[in-house]
Write a protein that binds this ligand. Sequence first.
Ligand SMILES: [Mg+2]
Length: 380
Amino acid sequence: MKTLPTERALIASLRERLQAQPENLSGRRGAVRLGIGDDCAILRIPRGHEVLLTTDMSLEIIHFRRDWHSPESVGHRCLARGLSDLAAMGARPLAAFLSLALPQELTVPQRGRPTWRDRFFAGLLALARQHAIPLAGGDTAQSPARSGMRADNTRSRNTHVGNIRPDSTGLVMADIVLVGSAPRQRAMLRATAKAGDRIYVTGHLGGAAAELAALAAHPRRFAKAIITSDVSPTRHPHLFPQPRLAVGQALRIRRLATAAIDLSDGLSTDLDHLCEESGLGAVIDAACLPMHPLLGALGAMPLAAMEERLQLALHGGEDYELLFTASPKTRLPRRIAGVPITCIGEMLSCKRGLPRMQLAGSGTRLIPLRSAGWEHYRRR
Ligand SMILES: [Mg+2]
């Protein structure tokens, strides 16, 4: 980690905090031989394994809002996004690296309260502890002021974010790098599904989009309640999503899946990626989609209509569940690592003139399923 003079105290306190965590021990069993404090970290890769690497950027206004998300939630989500990518490939996480740019005022303690930065790290490290992943390095910088910049007409994932008051504070940017490993040639890929394979998802769909809609409607209601990531992911699928690492590793170890992807951008978009990489089409049965209980809890909101719920389950992003395919001959348990598994459709060979993805609804007719989840930088 580079040491700017103003950041020395942070690094010292982080180092102290991290060294107290068993997963950060540089001992014989840990993957991190050398962590924070030198120019580079040194990792040990298990014999016969390959390294899997993923990076994810969390940008204020684009991926979160400071007036909607607690710092703990931002820290949790930052790490969860990277971990979900490792989960999708069945990898075991070895270490995380974080580059963080913050406006100065978020690093200055006021009236003895923990700073935004401290609370961000509390959220991130709580999830790291849960999955025994060491934070082995990174970089910090002060985010420059953005005086006069307006944030109107931008989107935070799938929900329109408007009317952000212009101010002169800088923006938060967190970039996380996750390093994982898997036995050589055994990582699960997007490109290896076969025609006739069944399509499965873990957990429930649409919960994150439902919670985001509720958050957008009542940001203040969430502000005080959400200060810890030790909360039920069922209650807070958007604020504290749970990456499905145990399921991903079980699928790989038991060789159950033919292909896999994580649901970060929405079922329709992520399934489309898998179809494209595998050169196949897919049909999804709308009646089989495991709807998140929060979709029902939207009761009083106009979103509660059945059609709206279906749209959120199909296109709402950030559920961070896994979507995987398996041979029709493979018997899948109802739960893996305690997480429910649901069959939602089938992979098909691509036929000319037919849409790549189709949806089976209540009638016998198939309707085209359009990829309509989150796409970065797309203006809608
Ligand atoms: Mg992914």
